[in-house]
Ligand binder design. Structure first.
Ligand SMILES: NC(=O)c1ccc[n+]([C@@H]2O[C@H](COP(=O)([O-])OP(=O)(O)OC[C@H]3O[C@@H](n4cnc5c(N)ncnc54)[C@H](OP(=O)(O)O)[C@@H]3O)[C@@H](O)[C@H]2O)c1
Length: 299
């Protein structure tokens, strides 16, 4: 069997780590971090990719802090758009297939059902615009590109909604112990999406690569769910003593506007006979059994 080389950018990130693990059994995996090459440095990134000459480049590196992107729009454009173009051009020079991970935030969230790959994009924040620019840069720079849109990722490493909810709830429990009051956490009901475990995205990505697809694909668990319902499931499993109350985004001012409903549909995957993604609840339960206690200890 031929052991193809796979190069993963952002190898210390949530998805980067999951991809390195997923591909390590039968592929030769090179995980690169900012220390190995800053993607905004065209010469450096070209040198690293030319040296390794991978068959596939899984490009996850990005400026992912949605609120910071509003404050630093030039950096968002530089990393997510120019950096991605640098990667695409380097892939072209060694004939490597490029898999670019994009986001549900390329949509404005006004559609009444989950987004298809063919739906009109219209980002409402700087992050979404910079990632959409990244998509355009890939498609215009290198023909052998696959764009995979994902949303609401969680994993045991890095920063994500699941860990923020557990950290906030743990603080509430500690405060409640001191004050004798009931621990209560408010979570927004007006943001709806498709939370997906990084490991599940990595598994499905591998299937897409092994079928040699091209074009745009959405990868997400189902069905769609509000932040409130997702948080309720997390707390029911990990900190059931915390009461969760519904809130809305106006009560939690943030730098970046969020699309109210950015759920991604996997109809295309299913129509092409890829195995279904797992329901988010099944993945979450498995994830919390494996990592929940450790996360609670560490946060
Ligand atoms: N998280 C989500 O819910 C979500 C949703 C939709 C789409 N996505 C997309 O999915 C991909 C993976 O997301 P993630 O959550 O795994 O991201 P992450 O955990 O924030 O990891 C991103 C990685 O990129 C690296 N990076 C940032 N700027 C860089 C630069 N200039 N040069 C080299 N490396 C750089 C970061 O390194 P440092 O730690 O050194 O900064 C980090 O390791 C991203 O493209 C993101 O836009 C994420």
């Amino acid at each position: 069997m031929v052991h193809h080389k796979v190069l993963v950018t952002g190898a210390n990130g949530q998805l980067g780590r999951a991809l390195v693990t997923e591909f390590s059994d039968e592929y030769e995996v090179i995980g690169i971090t900012r220390k190995d090459a800053d993607i905004t440095d065209k010469t450096e990134i070209s040198r690293v990719i030319s040296r390794h000459r991978p068959r596939y480049v899984l490009h996850t590196a990005a400026f992912t802090n949605v609120d910071r992107c509003e404050i630093e729009p030039e950096k968002a454009a530089l990393v997510n758009s120019v950096g991605t173009e640098n990667i695409a051009l380097a892939c072209k020079s060694v004939n490597a297939k490029l898999i670019y991970f994009s986001t549900d935030y390329v949509f404005d969230g006004t559609k009444s059902r989950a987004y298809l790959e063919t739906d009109r994009t219209n980002p409402v924040n700087v992050y979404g615009r910079s990632k959409l620019d990244g998509e355009s840069k890939c498609l215009s720079s290198w023909a052998d590109t696959v764009i995979i849109r994902i949303g609401w990722i969680y994993s045991e490493t890095g920063s994500n909604f699941l860990k923020k909810i557990l950290a906030a709830a743990k603080r509430k429990v500690e405060t409640a112990k001191a004050t004798g009051e009931k621990p209560v956490l408010k979570v927004v009901t007006d943001q709806i999406g498709t939370p997906t475990c990084a490991k599940d995205i990595a598994t499905q990505t591998r299937k897409l690569i092994e079928k040699n697809v091209s074009g745009i694909y959405h990868i997400a668990s189902y069905p769609e769910v509000s932040r409130f319902e997702f948080a309720r499931a997390i707390l029911a499993a990990m900190l059931p003593e915390v009461t969760i109350e519904p809130g809305d985004s106006d009560e939690h001012p943030a730098e970046a506007k969020r699309p109210p409903r950015s759920s991604l549909s996997c109809e295309k995957l299913e129509s092409e006979n890829f195995s279904m993604m797992r329901p988010w609840k099944e993945s979450l339960d498995e994830f919390l059994k494996l990592h929940g206690k450790q996360i609670l200890n560490e946060i």
